[in-house]
Design a protein around this ligand. Structure first.
Ligand code: AMP
Ligand code: GLY
Length: 435
């Protein structure tokens, strides 16, 4: 088995680990990969956005499947190009990826399919957007419709804040084309879960839910980031989402029935079946689970926690390869979390706005059942060096969330580079509840 993994972040490092764990004999290529992935795969310098180059690589190397990590190559049509050449690919077509790349598309789809989500309206002018914010009463969420690297969402507590965000997106074009259309969305209360679903376009199987920590600072303060840490399994304090006896919790079954199934059906009816991993950000509101957002790929950093939480013999790769080959999947087996996992992101000073880079990283001796997944790292003159905002994800398992959290934090603290910072409270809501 020869596989090409596309991407070079912490999510892809965790995927590479899982692939080699499930299939030690597989030959793994990564494009472009990173210094951590290089220990598990042969890294090729082809960029993750070079669709033609990636297809050529897959053909030259005669890979059995391409596994796509990030959204950008999917949005650029990598899956379409692979399918056109008969190369099995895990990841949706560009049309199906719109569920992430166009929030306007996703909202319209959900409305038609009757999927519970925040009420929203779409705007291309400041005047109508402001009027919509007033109609919703001030506390609204302003979202750029297109891809904005996790930064295109402003949760406005007041009308002046909402107005400022509307002006920034529609008039000052701070997100370029991605912000040429904005959504004014009702503010939902509740706790959020990230639910990953493997799907062949019709049948869908959930992975254990995780919880992301998007704000940069402890206690969920400061600006939004791509994610500063995650834990798995997560139940958001609702017993309906707690794993007990090895069967899927009733809350997750409810999400599968009321959100995932109608969404997949609607995609299918539009002639753009979604094959791959559907990421559902779901808010557990007082009136039931509602969609915050969909993504067309594994989440980062949730993947670093979810994959490590799976049992050793969980057939994740086997199901992914079935989907890549266009085969139907079975609604079993159940992916049960076998242990608690916490991943803590080590970020570079200045993240999320202007991260510093070029600093040497000193990595500790690794404890058992812990992993340092690489994200923003490069090898420079033989030394591991920072090269991005999110540098490493310190990931550890435990019999309890408390144990996993302590081990993850300790691991993060033992890594050294100038300006390194990380949250010490990943999982704090669950820990405060006594998980
Ligand atoms: P998104 O990129 O759409 O996931 O939004 C980023 C974050 O903003 C989410 O993780 C939520 O915490 C928050 N958010 C987005 N939409 C809403 C909403 N309608 N109500 C409350 N919070 C939201
Ligand atoms: N951690 C959020 C995301 O991957 O979009």
């Amino acid at each position: 088995m020869k596989l090409l993994l596309v991407g070079g972040g912490g999510r892809e490092h965790a995927l590479a680990w899982r692939i080699k764990h499930e299939m030690p004999d597989a030959t793994l290529l990564a494009a472009p990969g990173n210094p951590g992935i290089a220990a598990l795969a042969t890294c090729v310098s082809t960029s993750a956005s070079d669709v033609a180059g990636l297809v050529r690589l897959a053909q030259d190397e005669q890979v059995d499947a391409v596994i796509v990590g990030p959204e950008a190559p999917l949005a650029a049509g990598l899956a379409d190009a692979c399918i056109a050449q008969g190369i099995p690919v895990f990841g949706p077509t560009a049309a199906a990826a719109q569920i992430e790349t166009s929030k306007a598309f996703a909202k319209a789809l959900m409305r038609e399919a009757g999927v519970p989500t925040a009420r929203a309206s779409m705007h291309i002018t400041v005047e109508t957007a402001r009027a919509a914010a007033r109609e919703l009463g001030g506390r609204v969420v302003v979202k750029a419709s297109g891809l904005a690297a996790g930064k295109g969402v402003v949760v406005a507590m007041t009308l002046p804040e909402a107005d400022a965000a509307i002006t920034a997106m529609l008039e000052e074009n701070i997100f370029g084309d991605a912000g040429a259309q904005v959504l004014i969305e009702e503010f939902m209360t509740g706790e959020e879960l990230s639910l990953f679903v493997l799907t062949d376009g019709e049948t869908a199987v959930p992975l254990p839910a995780a919880q992301d920590h998007k704000r940069v600072g402890d206690g969920d303060t400061g600006p939004n980031t791509g994610g500063m840490g995650a834990y798995c399994p997560a139940d958001a304090g609702d017993p309906a989402y707690t794993w007990r006896d090895g069967s899927v919790p009733a809350g997750i079954t409810q999400v599968m029935d009321t959100i995932i199934a109608p969404t997949l059906r609607a995609m299918h009816e539009r002639g753009m079946p979604f094959r791959g991993l559907l990421y559902c950000g779901v808010m557990l509101t007082p009136t039931g689970p509602r969609v915050v957002e969909f993504n067309c790929r594994f989440g980062d950093p949730e993947t670093q926690a979810v994959l490590m939480a799976l049992a050793d013999d969980a057939p994740l790769l086997r199901v992914m390869l079935q989907i890549a080959r266009g085969e139907r999947i079975a609604p079993v087996p159940v992916f049960v979390p076998a242990q608690a996992v916490v991943t803590t992101v080590l970020a570079a000073a200045g993240y999320p706005t202007t991260p510093r880079s070029g600093d040497a990283i000193v990595v500790p001796a690794m404890p058992a059942d812990a992993w340092l997944f690489h994200a923003g790292t490069v090898m420079r003159d033989g030394a591991l060096t920072t090269s991005g905002g999110r540098v490493l994800a310190a990931t550890a398992t435990g019999a309890t969330l408390t144990a996993a959290q302590q081990r993850s934090t300790a691991l993060a603290a033992s890594v050294q580079f100038t300006g390194a910072f990380f949250r010490r409270d990943i999982g704090w809501r669950a820990l405060a509840r006594g998980a």
